[in-house]
Design a protein around this ligand. Structure first.
Ligand code: GUN
Length: 293
């Protein structure tokens, strides 16, 4: 069993981006600049956005964090995104999800200019992804592809089982694993809360992507010997032994599943770090495309 180490792979991606960024700037290109919009005080979102900003600095990008109270009105958000769309120095815009219930998430995402949609959530980006056209891929699925690539994991002809059908992970990774390239060329089944025989389907999976957000959902008796298991779960559960009062749990019962796997990604230290690496890749590409115009 080999651990898919998000720390090692994301560091390799970041080292490469740091070098490419310095090269881009030395050739007269622009410094990549990411604008992150954070609304409200969701603890997990605060942590993710702080990490995104910190990682931008690490690779030599500029970043701007724009914060709003939960009570922010839609008009303010719309005008903020319009300003960022029009600002030539901004290469990438992300709106951290989930948004407060009072705000229409789809409407806000669709306002981001597709050329700056480094999260890959805009309907235009998703449409291009489905057609296999060049575009920004959603960060977590893209991070998973980078991880499979790094460990040279064979995907062609494999049976992939994706548990979860969110727009952020489940649905896009199912399309990407199914495309006619590497990583891809899998036969993919997408499972969800209404799937019958989930255990039997999972047992057939050569590759299992657990992305449903239920801590330790995937148990040892749902995984076949030699499977590749990628854990996308990242749920905070109360833990009085921790200073923070919580610990982070994945969607996989790691202790009991790991011995059966050929490869498995841990939580923390797996896919979470790859999400940021992928976002940085998209932001670099946005700046590079702009520099070449
Ligand atoms: N919330 C959970 N994952 C993501 C992500 O990849 N991007 C944004 N913007 N919000 C998220």
């Amino acid at each position: 069993m080999q651990i898919l180490d998000g720390k090692i792979v994301s560091q390799a991606v970041k080292d490469d981006l740091k070098q490419k960024t310095a090269e881009l700037i030395s050739k007269g290109g622009k410094t990549p600049h990411l604008a992150a919009i954070l609304i409200g005080n969701n603890g997990a979102s605060e942590t993710y956005v702080a990490s995104k900003v910190k990682n931008c600095e690490e690779v030599g990008y500029n970043s701007s964090l724009i914060r709003f109270e939960t009570s922010v009105d839609e008009a303010t958000l719309i005008s903020t995104i319009e300003k960022l769309n029009a600002d030539d120095d901004i290469d990438g815009i992300l709106v951290q999800l989930p948004l407060p219930k009072s705000i229409n998430e789809d409407k806000i995402i669709s306002l981001i200019h597709p050329d700056k949609d480094v999260d890959g959530f805009h309907p235009m980006s998703i449409g291009k992804m489905i057609q296999g056209l060049p575009t920004f891929l959603p960060a977590t699925p893209y991070g998973i592809l980078l991880m499979l690539e790094h460990y040279k994991i064979e995907t062609k002809g494999k049976y992939a089982v994706v548990i979860g059908r969110s727009n952020i992970v489940g649905r896009p990774i199912s399309i990407l694993l199914n495309r006619n390239t590497y990583p891809g060329n899998c036969t993919v089944t997408v499972c969800h809360s209404h799937t019958h025989n989930l255990k039997e389907i999972c047992l057939q999976g050569d590759i299992i992507i657990a992305a449903l957000g239920i801590p330790e959902f995937l148990k040892n008796d749902m995984v076949k010997e030699g499977a590749v298991v990628i854990d996308v779960g990242i749920t905070r559960v109360p833990d009085t032994t921790k200073k923070s009062g919580f610990s982070i749990k994945g969607d996989v019962d790691f202790t009991n599943v790991a011995p059966k796997c050929s490869y498995i990604s841990p939580v923390p230290g797996g896919v979470g770090m790859m999400t940021i690496a992928a976002l940085l890749m998209n932001t670099f590409n946005a700046a590079k495309i702009k520099s070449e115009k």
